[in-house]
Ligand binder design. Structure first.
Ligand SMILES: Nc1nc2c(c(=O)[nH]1)N[C@@H](CN(C=O)c1ccc(C(=O)N[C@@H](CCC(=O)O)C(=O)O)cc1)CN2
Length: 285
């Protein structure tokens, strides 16, 4: 079994991005990311600070707007609008989840699609589904980056995705379909889950249920990607029973240190992509 080390792969990708950012800055463009955090959810705060820190390390411009969880939906929408109009901002994201009185859909739809570096706007989700170039959500893009870095072949392979969220499950299946995989989606209503997962050459667990995937559900030699972030007895654990599954998997991502670090790196990737588009646009006018 080989461990798919997200920190290591992330580090390599960040070096590439750093060189691209240097070139953009030489042309007078500093990639800029605006992050909006609503409320004081400790995990969200820690992810947001990590995004800011990574921007700084890579020499990018970063703005953090913190808003109280009592903020109205309209006030949040107008904060987004300010960044939509700011020419120094290439990427905008609102950290999820949001308080229950705010519509996630309205918030995502308020972000200008050309600055939607999370890739959650329906226009960008539609482009991904129809195979057009677009911002791909960061966790799915990070998974693809890991597979490609490790020269894991995708074409014709059986990919089973457990989970159907708009952030991970659906887009990762679409992304790997565009890489010519044969994709099966499973979810909480799937009958005989193990019969499906056992077929997987690449198994992606993104259901949000601790240790859902047991050793018996995995084919010998399979690539197992764990997207789960569950807290059990105060300890972070994935959707895969890591200790047992590592005995049968060919390669496996740990939690922490697997897919998580890739998510933030691919956010930087998408912001750099957006800045490159700004540069191309500037050159064209
Ligand atoms: N607007 C968004 N909101 C959320 C997203 C997102 O992509 N956009 N994804 C998640 C949270 N997230 C990034 O925002 C994220 C989650 C986890 C990690 C990570 O590196 N995890 C570490 C462990 C961290 C820990 O100890 O708690 C790991 O797996 O090694 C990075 C980013 C939901 N919201």
């Amino acid at each position: 079994m080989e461990l798919l080390n997200g920190k290591e792969i992330s580090g390599q990708k960040r070096e590439e991005l750093s060189a691209e950012i240097k070139m953009l800055k030489e042309d007078g463009i500093t990639p800029g990311l605006a992050v909006i955090l609503v409320g004081d959810h400790p995990a969200s705060r820690s992810y947001v600070l990590s995004k800011q820190r990574t921007c700084k390390e890579l020499g990018m411009h970063s703005i953090l707007t913190e808003l109280p969880d009592t903020i109205s939906e309209d006030e949040l929408l107008s904060a987004i609008e300010t960044f939509n109009r700011d020419h120094d901002v290439d990427g905008i994201l609102v950290q999820l989840p949001l308080p229950s009185h705010i519509s996630e859909r309205k918030v995502i739809e308020a972000i200008a699609p050309h600055k939607d570096v999370d890739g959650f706007h329906p226009l960008n989700a539609g482009k991904l589904a129809t195979g057009e170039p677009t911002f791909v959500p960061c966790t799915p893009l990070g998974i693809l980056e890991m597979l490609k870095t490790k020269d894991i072949s995708i074409r014709g392979k059986q990919v089973v995705v457990v989970g159907r969220s708009n952030i991970v499950g659906k887009p990762v299946g679409q992304l790997l379909l565009s890489e010519d995989a044969t994709v099966t989606y499973c979810h909480s209503k799937t009958e005989n889950l193990a019969a499906h997962t056992k077929q997987a050459d690449i198994l992606i667990a993104a259901a949000g249920r601790a240790k859902l995937v047991s050793k018996e559900m995995v084919k010998e030699g399979a690539i197992v990607i764990d997207v789960g972030m569950n807290k059990v007895d105060g300890k972070l654990c994935g959707d895969v029973d890591f200790e047992a599954v590592k005995e049968v998997a060919g390669m496996i991502t740990p939690v922490p240190g697997g897919v998580g670090p890739m998510t933030i790196t691919m956010l930087m990737n998408n912001t750099v992509l957006s800045a490159k588009r700004r540069k191309a646009f500037k050159g064209a006018v």
